[in-house]
Structures are given as structure tokens and as C-alpha cells.
Design a protein around this ligand. Structure first.
Ligand code: GLC
Length: 576
């Protein structure tokens, strides 16, 4: 672990909206897309300047395809209409909002108060300021690194605090992790990239000297020395959520924040030997942080990459060093969305095409571009694929198609609008038609299906924590409830989220908010699951708040840019 004294930064002001209008809408009848880009707090001028900055102020330095023009990207951020929804879950301070809540809101579920207690107990303080939340409050088991603040885990706590009108801890976290990014990072004699964000950090108290120190893990102490590729993406996504939610554009505009974004992205946008616009990664570099056969081009990273690029477009200043980067982002977004929407997308038609593929094709006319062998099609996928529905497969590389369904990547693809509207609906159709497999008794499977027997030996390296239908290998993770809820709201299907939340409410609190569940149906508390896992708690709260007030979606979802749509339909595009 790297250790260094870091002083608390307190620059910049946080704007807590005090003029709030509550909208008591009936969920099912909504056009949810209109929530996606609505600012939440009064400070319109500043909010507008931040959002509209996307591409308006710069000219792309290459011959622009119409879809790459600045106004196309920024159009998605134009619909600022000055209407607001409550910044505080129960603390709305206008008489109107009290009235509407009293009339419309059902009694809050008793689990909500319990969850808030847990979440507040999980707060970690550094020099008297809250800077994050601990991964798990479970004292019964060996702690390993569950006593740390994980970047990816904290995003959930952060969203809960933002939705509740408490942005301070989020701002402190963003600034603190930014300072950690600036550390010199080494594994043995190898120096890591400047932009790498930590997987996690911890506050060390020295009772004798009465000092506090931060310790960060950039992968150099992690089990398996895995690289936290997702941390930087989550940091950018959270910065945009904070800005959107508070209207405080000053934080993102700070030179150190701008530099932080640039450093993260220059890790991913640098030129190399790549033949694809997707990001090449080692195994275990995201939420699935163990060997699980997710090396190469895992969907989770690709979706987060896309989301982070789109958020960066909003946050980056369009002058000075940001300008050149934005040009590269635009090009990459275009190539990435084309690649993902065409090659990662799987539905019945496409599956049938693969089933009948010819192999060993050479040259530009190849239909089977990645030389996928039809014999590598697993039996399960033929039954799993519904008549209506589809999803982004887990991974694609040379002669390699990982057909597994991964929850996080597919939901982030919906939220970021990497998925077209048709693809987003198809993903929701699939979740509905494969409810038993993907939701079962506890939402939601991290991936489907599990790897078993010999394949498990080869792919996981005989990992006893990742046995079939456990943990990352087909385990059920309550934290994913928020993601599916957000995806449901974006696609106008809140009833699916309600069903999943009700299911979780039958067990989560009784079982002590476990990290994950085991078994084909997710019926058993995970063998090595921590209890009082903070992101299980925060994920539930975020899901509830999203359903209660769908305008919260705006901080974590981005509207589709129509011009990024592929012209051809998925299957025919293989022959294009
Ligand atoms: C486990 C999970 C990882 C999570 C961490 C802390 O390592 O695999 O995704 O961030 O626990 O909860």
C-alpha cells in the first residue's frame, strides 16, 4: 500500500437547492426520457454553461461526419427547463412538496430507515470530514480489504447522498481520490500510469501521535494484483452526477479536476497496436475483480468507458488542453458505439447467423469478421435467447465470443445510451422473459450462466470462491438492483423494477444485507458473503429513491445521440 499524508481540501462551495418544486407523477405513464437531462437544483445559468459546453465551443479538427458535429452531441443537454424535483428524500422544504408527499407517497418501507442508519454508520472520516463509506460493516469475518473505501462501491453511497441532498461527502471523496491519483504508484519496480485511480483507500489512525494518514491500493496489494480499470471511469461518472445534481460546476472546472479527467482518459485514448476501438484489459479489472475469463474486451469496461467518455464531453473545458482531447473523444465515441452496437449485440437473428457461419474468411468481404467457430456456441445460449429480446455479449476477440450475459455492462449500456432505444428495450424484454434465470429469488445475477466443472478449473484457475452459482460466477448481487431500476426507468418499464425491489424486500434486511447470494435461484446467502455490505444497502436506497422520484435519473443517465445510430440493422451490418 502507498501511504502519504494528505490534507483535507475544502475549496469551492456546494449549492444546496432550497427552492424545490415537487412533481407527484404516476410512474407507469411517464415518458422517462424527459428526466434524463434535467438539472436538479436552482443555479440555472451555471448548470446550463456546464452542460452546453459539450461540443458547442470547439470545431472538430478533422473532416467531420455529420454525426460527429458538436451540436449533435450537445443537443442531448439542451432541454434544461428549470423544473426541479426534491433534492431531499424526505426533507423537501416547500409546503407544496410536503402536501404532495402526504397525499401520494405510501408509508415508507421500514427498511429505508434501517438502510440510512447503516449507510451513515459506514461513513469514513478523515480529519473530521466524511470522505467515503467503508465496503462492509461486518465485524464477524476476516476483514481483508472490506474495511476500505472502494471507489466503485462508494458511487452507490454517493448517489444515495446526492439524491438525499447531501453532496458534501461526495465532493470530499472526489477531491480526496484526486489527490490519491497524484501519488507515485509502483508495483515492484514498475511504475503505473499517472492517471490510474485507486481501487480503494483507507484512513489509518495513529493514536500515539494523534495523526491520520491515508493508504491507497492501486492494485499493488489487491488479491491477484488486479488493475482497477473501472475506478477512473466511475470517478468521472460520479463527478458528472455531482455536477448535475448540485449545479456546482466550479468543482469540475477546477484545474486539478480537469487534469484528473485528462489523465484518466489519456490512459485509454493513447494510440497502440489496437485494431478495435474497445479497450483491451487484463482479467479481474472491474467489479469482477478475480480471474473469471473476463480479460480481453469485457462488456462491463466497454460500457463504463463509453459512459465516462460521454460524461467527460460534458465536464471538460473546451479550451486549452481539453480541446484536443475532446476531438479524440468524439472520434472514439463514434467508433466505439458502432463496434459495440454491431458486433457485441446478440439476438435471435444474429444467433442464427452465427450458427450458420462460414469460417476462415479472409479480406474485407468477410461476414464472420472475428472468425468465430459455430462449434463454440454453448448449448445454453440456444435455449436462453428469447423470441423477443437481446443483449450485449460478454466479450469479443479473435475467434472468441463470450456469450455470457453480464448485468452491469448491459444496464450501463442502457443508461449511457450506448444501446440504441431498440436495443435497450430488447435488453429489458430479455430480463422479463428470463426472470427465473436472471432474477430468481434475489435480484440480480452478476452474470449468467455459471461456469462449471472442467471449464471452471481452466477459466478461474480452480477458484474456490468462484464455484458455480456463487460470487462472481453466477452469484446474485443485491447492489445491482439500483442499476436495473435505473435501466427500467430509462426504458419506461418501472413495473419490472418494482417487482425486483419487492422481491429484495422480502429478504435483504432479514438476512443482514449480504454482499451476494448463491445458487441458481439466488436462494442462499453467499458462502463467503459479508453482511452489512454497504453497496447492498446503498443500492437498495438508490433504487427506492429512483422509483419514488424518477427525475433522479438525470444524474446517472445520458440521452441517446441519434446520430450515433448505425445505419444498418445489426445482422445485415456484418455484411456491410
Ligand atoms: C469484492 C468485489 C468488488 C468490490 C469489493 C468491495 O472484491 O468483487 O467488486 O468492490 O469486494 O466490496
Amino acid at each position: 500500500m502507498s501511504t502519504l499524508n494528505v490534507e483535507v481540501l475544502q475549496n469551492g462551495s456546494v449549492h444546496n437547492g432550497d427552492s424545490i418544486i415537487n412533481e407527484g407523477h404516476e410512474l407507469d405513464e411517464y415518458d422517462f426520457s424527459r428526466f434524463v437531462d434535467r438539472p436538479r437544483l436552482l443555479n440555472l445559468e451555471r448548470q446550463r454553461s456546464c452542460d452546453e459546453k459539450s461540443l458547442n465551443d470547439f470545431s472538430v479538427g478533422f473532416s467531420p461526419h455529420p454525426s460527429l458535429r458538436a451540436d449533435n452531441f450537445s443537443r442531448a443537454f439542451d432541454n434544461l427547463d428549470g423544473l426541479y424535483s426534491p433534492g431531499r428524500r424526505s426533507g423537501c422544504n416547500t409546503p407544496m412538496s410536503h402536501f404532495v408527499y402526504a397525499m401520494m407517497a405510501p408509508d415508507p418501507h421500514p427498511m429505508i430507515a434501517e438502510a440510512w442508519d447503516d449507510l451513515r454508520r459506514a461513513l469514513v472520516y478523515f480529519r473530521s470530514q466524511p470522505v467515503g463509506t467503508i465496503a462492509a460493516l461486518d465485524s464477524s469475518d476476516e476483514k481483508l480489504n472490506y474495511d476500505q473505501v472502494f471507489v466503485r462501491d462508494f458511487v452507490l453511497s454517493a448517489l444515495a447522498f446526492l439524491m438525499n441532498g447531501e453532496p458534501e461527502v461526495v465532493k470530499n471523496f472526489l477531491l480526496k481520490t484526486l489527490r490519491l491519483q497524484g501519488w507515485e504508484k509502483k508495483i515492484d519496480r514498475f511504475q503505473l500510469g499517472e492517471g490510474v485511480m485507486p481501487a480503494s483507500f483507507k484512513v489509518l489512525h495513529d493514536p500515539i501521535r494523534n495523526t491520520e494518514t491515508l493508504m491507497a491500493d492501486f492494485g499493488e496489494t489487491a488479491i491477484g494484483r488486479v488493475a482497477p480499470v473501472d475506478s477512473g471511469f466511475w470517478w468521472i461518472i460520479l463527478l458528472r452526477a455531482y455536477t448535475k445534481s448540485t449545479g456546482d460546476t466550479a468543482l469540475a472546472e477546477k484545474p486539478e479536476c480537469q487534469k484528473g479527467i485528462r489523465l484518466i482518459l489519456s490512459l485509454c485514448l493513447s494510440e497502440g497496436f489496437d485494431t478495435f476501438p474497445t479497450l483491451l484489459c487484463a482479467d479481474g479489472c472491474s467489479m469482477i475483480d478475480r480471474r473469471m475469463g473476463v480479460y480481453g474486451y469485457p462488456i462491463e469496461i466497454q460500457a463504463l468507458f463509453f459512459m465516462a467518455l460521454r460524461c467527460a464531453m460534458i465536464l471538460l473545458k473546451h479550451d486549452g488542453p481539453g480541446k484536443d482531447l475532446i476531438e479524440r473523444i468524439v472520434k472514439r465515441l463514434h467508433a466505439l458505439s458502432y463496434h459495440m452496437r454491431n458486433y457485441f449485440w446478440l439476438d435471435l437473428k444474429q444467433l442464427n447467423d452465427i450458427y450458420r457461419y462460414k469460417t476462415e474468411e479472409y479480406s474485407h468481404t468477410a461476414v464472420n469478421k472475428f472468425n468465430v467457430m459455430p462449434d463454440s456456441l454453448p448449448d445454453w445460449v440456444m435455449d436462453f435467447m428469447p423470441l423477443h429480446g437481446g443483449y450485449f455479449v460478454g466479450n469479443i476477440g479473435p475467434s472468441h465470443m463470450d456469450f455470457r450475459w453480464f448485468c452491469l455492462g448491459n444496464c450501463v449500456a442502457i443508461l449511457s445510451s450506448l444501446a440504441t432505444q431498440e436495443q435497450s428495450s430488447a435488453i429489458m424484454d430479455l430480463i422479463e422473459s428470463r426472470w427465473e434465470e436472471l432474477v430468481g429469488d434475489m435480484p440480480l445475477k452478476v452474470c449468467y450462466p455459471a461456469i462449471e466443472h472442467h471449464e471452471w478449473r481452466i477459466v478461474t484457475g480452480c477458484d474456490p470462491k468462484n464455484t458455480r452459482w456463487s460470487y462472481h460466477n453466477g452469484g446474485s448481487w443485491p447492489v445491482l438492483l439500483w442499476l436495473v431500476t435505473a435501466a427500467c426507468i430509462k426504458t419506461g418499464r418501472p413495473q419490472i423494477a418494482r417487482r425486483a425491489i419487492e422481491l429484495a424486500e422480502t429478504r435483504l434486511s432479514k438476512d443482514g444485507w449480504p454482499e451476494y447470494y448463491d445458487g441458481k435461484q439466488g436462494r442462499y446467502i453467499g458462502k463467503q458473503a459479508r453482511k452489512h455490505q454497504t453497496w447492498s444497502v446503498a443500492g437498495y436506497l438508490v433504487a427506492k429513491m429512483l422509483l419514488e422520484d424518477p427525475s433522479h435519473l438525470g444524474m446517472i443517465a445520458i440521452e441517446e445521440d441519434k446520430h450515433l445510430k448505425p445505419v444498418l440493422r445489426r445482422s445485415s451490418s456484418w455484411t456491410a
